[in-house]
Design a binder for this molecule. Sequence first.
Ligand SMILES: Cc1cc2nc3c(=O)[nH]c(=O)nc-3n(C[C@H](O)[C@H](O)[C@H](O)COP(=O)(O)OP(=O)(O)OC[C@H]3O[C@@H](n4cnc5c(N)ncnc54)[C@H](O)[C@@H]3O)c2cc1C
Ligand SMILES: NC(=O)c1ccc[n+]([C@@H]2O[C@H](COP(=O)([O-])OP(=O)(O)OC[C@H]3O[C@@H](n4cnc5c(N)ncnc54)[C@H](OP(=O)(O)O)[C@@H]3O)[C@@H](O)[C@H]2O)c1
Length: 377
Amino acid sequence: MTSYSRTSPYLAPLIDRYRLNKSGSTKETWHVSISLGGSGITFRPGDSMGVCPENDYGMCEAILQRLGVPADSEVQDPRSQETFRIEEYLRRKANLSVPTRKLVQELVVRGATHLEELLKPEQDEQFREFIANHNVLELLELHPEAHLGVQDLVQNLGPLLPRLYSIASSQAAHPDEVHFTVSRVRYEQHGKKRFGVASHFLCDMVKKGECRVPVYVQQTKDFLLPEDNQLPVIMIGPGTGVAPFRAFMQERFARNSPTNKNWLFFGERNHAHDFFYEEYWQSLASKNLLRISEAFSRDQEEKIYVQHRLWEARNEVWQWIQDGAHIYVCGDASRMAKDVDQCLQNIIKEALQISDESARHFLADLRKQKRYLRDVY
Ligand SMILES: Cc1cc2nc3c(=O)[nH]c(=O)nc-3n(C[C@H](O)[C@H](O)[C@H](O)COP(=O)(O)OP(=O)(O)OC[C@H]3O[C@@H](n4cnc5c(N)ncnc54)[C@H](O)[C@@H]3O)c2cc1C
Ligand SMILES: NC(=O)c1ccc[n+]([C@@H]2O[C@H](COP(=O)([O-])OP(=O)(O)OC[C@H]3O[C@@H](n4cnc5c(N)ncnc54)[C@H](OP(=O)(O)O)[C@@H]3O)[C@@H](O)[C@H]2O)c1
């Protein structure tokens, strides 16, 4: 056992990174692999890794310029009481995406009196909107009249939290590596370009041989392959949700007597551009080790999603469930996982000719037996 954790992560070198979408895609999803070297870290397919990201260096520099202080000024972390160089603190420790109420209050005290109005209780909604639309740098730049010292700033920043990523490789296939499938978060807000901290760090900032990726294992409670390598598995993973299933398949085929009853439901926008790991899936399918159902949502006018493919194949899906299949769902929690859940209920309802409520109970029972498992975010 190793003792790496969110407060003491392992610093993993980048091995490789390449874009999983082909040119012409409307999305940006990357394969990122890092080395575990001789760290002794072990994990199971189904586990995730916590990544402790760094903030964009340009943004940190611009904050230092605004404060007019050298990069090596010392500050104390208000939470751990540790001493840091301000540059390092801004990169690794501070949430620079969302200003805190305390920071706005501090700016008022330091001369940004215009902001006082926003702090009134009746302005709560406007305050929330304001901090959702401004990062720390923008807030400081909007108020050059506020004279803030480095420690005044640090004292009033939130902590930079780790982000979780499903592990997309198995140690049976890649003993000293961890692979991730990362969707790069980028969007525009009121004409300003925004990006997600950790996905920007992983997909752009980390350079081979230059900086490392701080990581630790976040063990899953139950999103695990069945012990019995003969039991069928149905894996439903559109988008980055496919990541753990690459690990599952690598693991299954490294173990003894694997079943060929492995069924992947994968969906993305376009077949031509967004079929992540297509070669790997096709190589398994060509040996009759994997069945693939594809749902490319934007290849035709009507959206086709994984649940549509599940429903089309409902008789066989039901047969697999009767044969003891374990069902896994990974990816978007807000829409996909709910719709897939409803679809599974409908399949059960039709197969058994039972009520909605009984179908819900049936599915809940599969959950209790750890045969219906979800890792959704
Ligand atoms: C168990 C688990 C496993 C996961 N596995 C993976 C994985 O394998 N691959 C993967 O890519 N992710 C995965 N995630 C999600 C991942 O942890 C991060 O949440 C994701 O990468 C975004 O982090 P970020 O730091 O890049 O973005 P952040 O800096 O956290 O920014 C994201 C925020 O940006 C805002 N935002 C995003 N898009 C828009 C928009 N269009 N308009 C307005 N605001 C917007 C939202 O407020 C959102 O919360 C997983 C999450 C969990 C919990
Ligand atoms: N917390 C965060 O900050 C954060 C950041 C990044 C990602 N995420 C989550 O991770 C998820 C995965 O992102 P991703 O980029 O890998 O892929 P995704 O957005 O989930 O898209 C993958 C495929 O799923 C389709 N889809 C959309 N709605 C669906 C539904 N109701 N049922 C089934 N399929 C549906 C999409 O189709 P269309 O697009 O054509 O409709 C697309 O073809 C995101 O949706 C998001 O919830 C969270």
